[in-house]
Design a binder for this molecule. Structure first.
Ligand SMILES: *Cc1c(COP(=O)(O)O)cnc(C)c1O
Length: 437
């Protein structure tokens, strides 16, 4: 890798494909944030990825920090994952019957998260979170849920209330189409506001308190010391279940996820992204006595034609096998270097900026910091973010096209890639500060 910034080839071919896409898909996309509404301009169309790099339809190469929004912890198209999927594929792509790989992946998860005594695989994080809500309501006999502003738990009706991710990027109000009667059952308060949680939990019988243990979908926001332990205490005192939505944080913020990082054990956990290694896999799980309430051992119904799909299980297994503690620790070192490098660049340029990371998940705001709530995230300089985003893209660095999304790292982002990224982002930030892309 040289440290010469490759000339940007433009995106005429991407634009032509997006023109066709817009005739077929709302906004030309199959998931809203991809449409670049958060930054303006035309998305690039991806054609290939390998390691730390993604290529677009015009031949531009980008050092990629989107990484499919988190799953690609070993980088794009790692040989071990490709081989595992190809091997599995030879035996058939789907059975709709039990397979051994499902047990192996559940074992691999439980080895790192022992509190996931039993799990159920689904195909998306949305399904996992939705099923947890149903289970929590069934187990407690209560209807209300408490979530936090800016946290995203997929797009099930119960969670499209003050949600993060694309909902936050687009600045949408709570979604039309969600019945009022249902939306009323989802209470929200500011992240890190333990007093508000305490007040609500003592007033309203809650089935569950759900959170992203480190927020990624409202921008990168960390819990303050004691926040998560406080939620555990309040849940226990009031009879609510504590749910970690680790679809994003799982196997990123620590080798064993949030329970390892914060020393707090949830009752139920949602997983996704990394556990599928880029194929559609998610899961929910937790205490055996709770999970036994799921059909067929219990009455709480939840199912999926492609759940536990053998290709997806193979990709997840290969990813978990590749993500040893040593590999994880190595990614964290590179993430720390990148984040510190960005802080140094911003400090040199005198730009209000705060950046942080938890394991291999990271993020930044053009804001003095600290950012503890989604409301504070919204006070960041989004106009400057947009310029920086486009300046980075022109210089071959792919960041999430929204000021309210986390960024990721992979084992393919070594010291050379990080050094090259900092070189490019230094130029990008200088350009942005001067009002240029
Ligand atoms: C991505 C995400 C989801 C939704 O997962 P999908 O697979 O996109 O449905 C839920 N919760 C969190 C925390 C996420 O980051």
């Amino acid at each position: 890798m040289t440290s010469r910034i490759p000339p940007y080839q433009g995106n005429t071919r991407s634009a032509a494909i997006m023109d066709r896409a817009r005739r077929r898909f709302p906004g030309g996309v199959n998931s809203p944030v991809r449409a670049y509404r958060g930054v303006g301009g035309e998305p690039f169309v991806a054609v290939r990825g390998k390691g730390a790099t993604v290529w677009d339809a015009d031949g531009n190469a980008y050092l990629d920090y989107v990484l499919s929004w988190g799953p690609l912890v070993l980088g794009h198209a790692p040989d071990s994952v490709l081989e595992a999927v190809q091997r599995a594929m030879q035996d058939g792509t789907s059975f709709g019957m039990p397979t051994e790989r499902e047990v192996e992946l559940a074992d691999a998860i439980a080895a790192r998260m022992p509190h996931l005594e039993m799990v159920r695989f689904t195909s998306s994080g949305t399904e996992a979170a939705m099923s947890i809500a149903r289970l929590a309501r069934a187990v407690t006999g209560r209807e209300h849920l408490l979530k936090f502003e800016g946290c995203y738990h997929g797009h099930a009706d119960a969670f499209l209330v003050r949600a993060g991710s694309g909902v936050a990027t687009l600045g949408l109000p709570d979604s039309p189409g969600v019945p009022d009667a249902l939306a009323k059952l989802t209470l929200t308060c500011a992240y890190n506001d333990l007093e508000a949680v305490e007040r609500i939990a003592r007033e309203v019988p809650l089935a569950a308190i759900l959170l992203e243990p480190v927020v990624g979908n409202g921008g990168f926001i960390e819990p303050e010391p004691g926040f998560i332990a406080g939620l555990r205490r309040i849940a226990d005192e009031t009879g609510a279940l504590l749910v970690f939505d680790e679809v994003m944080t799982g196997f990123r913020i620590a080798f064993g996820g949030a329970a390892e990082r914060f020393g707090v054990t949830p009752d139920l956990t949602a997983l996704g992204k990394v556990i599928g290694g880029g194929l559609p896999v998610a899961a929910y799980g937790g205490r055996q006595d709770l999970m036994a309430r799921i059909a067929p051992t219990g009455p709480v119904y939840q199912a999926g034609t492609l759940s536990g799909n053998p290709l997806a299980m193979a990709a997840g297994l290969a990813t978990m096998a590749g993500l040893t503690r040593e590999v994880h620790d190595g990614i964290v070192v590179q993430t720390a270097t990148l984040v510190q490098g960005l802080r140094d660049i911003a400090a040199r340029l005198g730009v209000p900026f705060t950046a942080s990371h938890a394991g291999s998940m990271w993020g930044f705001f053009f804001h003095e910091g600290p950012v503890r709530t989604f409301a504070e995230a919204q006070q960041s300089n989004v106009a400057l973010f947009k310029l920086f985003f486009h300046a980075a893209r022109r210089r071959g660095v792919s960041l999430a096209p929204s000021a309210f999304e986390a960024a990721f790292m992979s084992s393919a982002h070594g010291p050379q890639e990080v050094g090259e990224t900092l070189h490019r982002l230094d130029e990008a930030m200088q350009a942005a500060v001067n009002g240029q892309e």
